[in-house]
Write a protein that binds this ligand. Structure first.
Ligand code: ZN
Length: 146
């Protein structure tokens, strides 16, 4: 699978969130061998938890499943750029790599680019942005106009 294939799957997961009345943010975790081991999405409205973003839910779910607090070697695909809360959680989980789709600067409550946060991290992760950006943006914009 290519990074676009994985991202396409993360965008599909975001679509699922929309259908459940959540915001269109999808997350995929890929293990060091390239296998998709977790899919999750925004569940803020479902759990009445403003921090129940896709990335947080995915970290909690997979760490519990693996009985491990480190996801070193794992890669995250997120349909949108992670917010600072999620990015911090991802650093704590020692995620190795991040691919994100669309930027969130214009809509984020704390618009600090992950690239900027990453420069301050003790153990920075590898970040690649703008993977299938157009598709991810289109999805988000159509959600807002509905
Ligand atoms: Zn977040």
């Amino acid at each position: 699978m290519t990074e676009e294939d994985y991202m396409s799957s993360a965008i599909k997961e975001a679509e699922k969130a929309l259908k459940e009345g959540q915001k269109p943010f999808g997350v995929l975790i890929v293990d060091p061998k390239g296998k998709i081991v977790w899919k999750d999405h925004d569940r803020v409205n479902e759990l009445f938890d403003p921090t129940a973003h896709g990335e947080i839910n995915a970290i909690r779910g997979l760490c519990l499943k693996l009985k491990n607090v480190s996801l070193s070697g794992y890669t995250f695909y997120t349909s949108s750029e992670p917010c600072p809360t999620c990015f911090s959680a991802m650093l704590k989980a020692k995620i190795t790599r991040l691919f994100y789709g669309a930027k969130t600067e214009k809509t984020a409550s704390l618009p600090i680019p992950v690239e900027e946060l990453n420069t301050r991290a003790k153990h920075p992760m590898e970040i690649t942005g703008y993977v299938l950006e157009k598709e991810a943006l289109l999805q988000r914009e159509s959600a807002v106009s509905n």
